[in-house]
Ligand binder design. Structure first.
Ligand code: P6P
Length: 348
């Protein structure tokens, strides 16, 4: 008996990412194709990075360069490869006027009249690279604010998350997936490495109203405030109607933890603590893109008190506490956070 063909007949071929993006453009009256072209470039860069991630163990690009990035973290070679790949592709594409990257202290302003600004973490979770844990790319796309006949400036990047035009991430895991949203819905595409094409595999992702998993680094609990500790203790209590006790899942790679939470429901939290009073994660290229995606999938995203997408961005590498997940689960977190406010008096 013949094994099933790896390449089904054309009639069975799924929807490619490029086709999906083109279809979305057709739904946008007056679209010029610039935004579509930018998304194609991001997908191309993702494929190029995927190829390098898959080779990393063999091509001796694991390990440290000895450099230290703006975060004060050891830069892994794969970080540099990913950063350079996205910047090169975006520059050549001509649709991007400004780029903020976790790997660069200052913004990059490609020449030309690009109408979009991109914020990105080119390879998030890179400390996990050499132990083969899933890592990822995170990106956000804004419309340019400055006059496109003149030079772009950092104001094109320092926009609130609610003004994002699109956001997405790539997870380089057991398979490589690109998940993106233009605000109304969220779609996932899985890479077929045999032909280098992303195919629609998760159409219109919706997060469950409530989950049964929580994801946070409890190793930090000694540094949390009392309300955060009480929130985790609450999740560990026995209470069938609210699916407690919850299961704990924490990879330590934001893209992996967020992706699981998006698909299965529950909550991911990287709260503030007395070592990182502003939180650890970055607003522009980690929190905002995921907040945009989670809200488009019916979820919620806050810093404990404020909606992430409403936080004003004052600097490129600004940190924020991040709580994302199912709406009921994020509401529980906010209830505990409010209980710590002076005069709250509320019992939780
Ligand atoms: P911790 C990875 O370094 C990262 O930036 C995110 O991907 C991840 O969510 C977080 O840091 C993990 O931080 O302190 O738990 O190791």
């Amino acid at each position: 008996m013949q094994p099933p063909s790896l390449h089904p007949p054309a009639s069975k071929v799924g929807i490619t990412l490029d086709q999906h993006i083109a279809n979305q453009m057709e739904l946008s009256p007056g679209a010029t194709g610039h935004f579509t072209s930018l998304l194609y470039q991001i997908a191309l860069a993702a494929k190029l990075v995927d190829a390098r991630v898959r080779q990393a163990g063999l091509a001796d690009i694991l390990g440290y360069t000895g450099e230290v990035n703006v975060q004060g973290e050891q830069v892994q070679k794969l970080d540099e490869v990913a950063n350079e790949t996205f910047i090169t592709v975006l520059k050549r594409g001509g649709r991007c006027c400004a780029i903020a990257s976790e790997e660069l202290e200052d913004a990059v302003f490609p020449e030309g009249t690009g109408r979009y600004a991109v914020t990105m973490d080119p390879l998030d979770g890179s400390s996990n690279i050499d132990c083969n844990v899933s890592i990822g790319t995170i990106f956000g796309v804004y419309r340019r604010k400055s006059d496109h006949h003149g030079p772009a400036d950092v104001g094109d990047l320092l926009q609130p998350g609610r003004d994002l035009r699109a956001a997405g991430y790539v997870i380089y895991g057991s398979s490589t997936m690109l998940v993106y949203s233009t605000g109304k819905s969220v779609h996932g595409f899985t890479l077929d490495p045999t032909i280098g094409e992303f195919f629609l595999s998760h159409d219109n992702i919706r997060i469950p109203q409530r989950g049964s998993t929580f994801s946070c680094n409890e190793g930090n609990s000694i540094r949390w405030d009392e309300s955060t500790r009480r929130w985790v203790a609450y999740l560990k209590e026995q209470h069938k109607e609210t699916k407690r006790p919850y299961t704990a899942r924490y990879v330590g790679s934001l893209v992996a933890d967020a992706h699981r939470t998006l698909l299965k429901g529950g909550i991911f939290a990287y709260p503030a603590d007395n070592k990182s009073p502003q939180g650890k994660l970055r607003l522009l290229y980690e929190a905002n893109p995921f907040a945009f995606i989670f809200e488009a999938a019916g979820g919620k995203a806050c810093d404990g008190k404020r909606r992430i997408l409403d936080i004003d961005a004052k600097e490129l590498h600004q940190r924020t506490p991040l709580v994302i997940g199912s709406p009921d689960d994020v509401a529980d977190f906010e209830r505990f956070a409010r209980s710590s406010e002076p005069g709250s008096g509320s019992s939780t």
